[in-house]
Design a protein around this ligand. Structure first.
Ligand code: NAP
Length: 280
């Protein structure tokens, strides 16, 4: 597994597993638990979730998957997120406790503010600091913050300990290259790219088809390999189908050449100016 450093020096994998839409339906629970377990068996160690996903259901799935999975808890890196509606101080503490309970773990490795709401950043940060001091979270960060929001976060008390900004970033969403990626790179903060496959919608793109046939792989593996090739970026594709999990792990072995990058730049041009940060 390829690794990347968080600002504190901790190494984390550049490829993880997303879990949005897991935990939505009881009938899918066992299949989703099996998928997370399969991913862990295949070497995935970073798992992304949120209290929002399946209204806690995705955290239940993770709890069931990591229980007796044969991998020590400290080998996993679990990311979860607090909703903006729970981002006031006491609500953060309570939301975190609920997430810990659902996942059957004593700590969350990285706890993120899911997106900006009405709670002042400083209040959320103070709660994060308290949770860190109590050993309930190891690192904190944010999600869906644009550069202006990041600057504001960074200058709050404790804000410079930011471990990541988790944002929508893939070939068809390159806006963050203009400002967020450089801003984070200057500070040694990895960006966590969510929906790196654009939820599958990149499938069928002619440029991806062409490069995929050249490398003898699938088009979405090229889309993922491109995200994984970006410096300072972690990708967290979600997959339940075991073959998808395998394909995503194999994408780590794909080396794109200059012709591939040029073709992808023509098909998916990089930004030429600032834009609003998109969200899914
Ligand atoms: P995604 O990872 O881009 O795409 C997931 C979809 O692609 C699923 O339908 C999956 O199918 C399919 N898929 C996965 N690997 C594939 C492959 N190799 N070939 C073909 N299809 C494949 O989209 P996402 O779930 O929106 O994003 C990933 C994760 O980012 C989420 O799960 C979540 O953890 C996080 N996220 C965070 C935010 C935020 O606001 N912070 C927002 C969105 C997402 P199967 O599941 O059927 O295998």
């Amino acid at each position: 597994m390829r690794m990347i450093e968080l600002p504190g020096g901790e190494s984390v994998p550049t490829l993880g597993l997303g879990t949005w839409f897991m935990g939505d339906h009881k009938s899918e629970f066992e299949r989703e638990v099996a998928a997370v377990r399969y991913a862990i068996e295949r070497g995935i160690r970073l798992i992304d979730t949120a209290e929002m996903y399946g209204s806690g259901g995705a955290e239940d799935v993770i709890g069931a998957a990591i229980k007796d999975c044969g991998i020590d808890r400290d080998e996993l890196f679990i990311v979860s997120k607090v909703l903006p509606s729970n981002a006031h101080h006491d609500d953060v503490i309570r939301a975190c406790e609920r997430s810990l309970k659902r996942m059957g773990t004593d700590y969350i490795d990285l706890y993120l503010l899911h997106w900006r709401g009405s709670a002042p950043f400083q209040e959320t940060l103070d709660a994060f600091e308290e949770l860190q001091n109590a050993g309930k979270i190891r690192f904190n960060g944010v999600s869906n913050l644009d550069k202006a929001d990041l600057e504001e976060w960074f200058y709050c008390r404790g804000g410079s300990a930011l471990a990541t900004d988790q944002i929508l970033y893939n070939l068809s969403r390159r806006g963050p290259e203009w400002d967020i990626l450089p801003y984070c790179q200057e500070r040694g903060v990895p960006v966590m790219a969510y929906s790196p496959l654009e939820q599958g919608r990149l499938d069928g793109d002619p440029a991806l088809d062409e490069i995929a046939s050249k490398h003898g792989v699938r088009p979405l593996q090229i889309a993922l390999a491109w995200v994984l090739s970006r410096p300072g970026v972690i990708a967290i594709p979600k997959a339940v189908v075991h073959d998808h999990i395998d394909q995503n792990i194999k994408a780590l072995e794909i080396t794109l050449d200059q012709d591939d990058f040029d073709l992808l730049d023509r098909a998916f041009p990089p930004p030429t100016g600032p834009s609003y940060l998109e969200m899914l």
